[in-house]
Design a protein around this ligand. Sequence first.
Ligand SMILES: [Mg+2]
Length: 281
Amino acid sequence: MAFDLAKKKAFVCDLDGTLFMGPNPIKPAVDFVIANTKSGRFRYFYLTNNTSKCPDEYMKKISGAAIPVAEDQILTPLITLEAYIREKAYKSVYILASEKVTEHMAARLADVEVRFGYDPEENELIALTYDKELTYDKLAKATSLWNMRNCPPSPMCPVRTKNQTPVDFVATHPDNCCPSERGPIPDIGGMMKFLEITNGMKPSHVFGKPSPTLLAPVLAQFKPEEIAVVGDRLYTDKAIADNAGVDFVCVLSGETTLEDLKAYKGTPPAIVVETFNRVEG
Ligand SMILES: [Mg+2]
């Protein structure tokens, strides 16, 4: 069915490749969002899989482009990670994250006294984020923890912890690369692969796009036909729209090219536009 802009009340906007290219705003798209935010024509949410940054950094980035924004408009897998830790009642988490993101998570979970740090006897969860402060030491600690707690004893792996309860492992999102003005740069996908090829460890859950749980706050306020996801990636942005049963607006300002769309085997996007503002024709 054709895309009907008149029916839409909420847009869930991807950021990198859709509203921004690296640090720079994609001006026509941003101007469109500013005008319609000010007039109240549409409600906007900002969806990012990028867990190298805290929500307040996204608010700064978005408001820095002159778009009015509140914290409840930012949707990031760090929210899903927090909900997961609460649901499982984990108290000791080894997180691979920047210092700022680690502090953010500790502050968010201070009320349930979750400890963040490497503790082979106590850790219940290894949480991998898009850690731009990743070091060899962090990767080695993650695999050691997994070896000592989850692998059968073997001459290759002689050191065991007293606590032999398997440690859980989750990743905040599945992206292989992050678009930048200098082309694709590594994201969390390579980090997951690094761990997997070392000792076979694989996450029990991968949050973020395309998991529709990230859209729960939007689906609680609007009907699916009133919502559209806007993004530049078929395997994350279109997938989350499909999984949530809402329209997908594909922009060509980021990763996906017309050639990619021609080769794409799934259902086509509801509409394909050069930049987000062109949904208006
Ligand atoms: Mg993107």
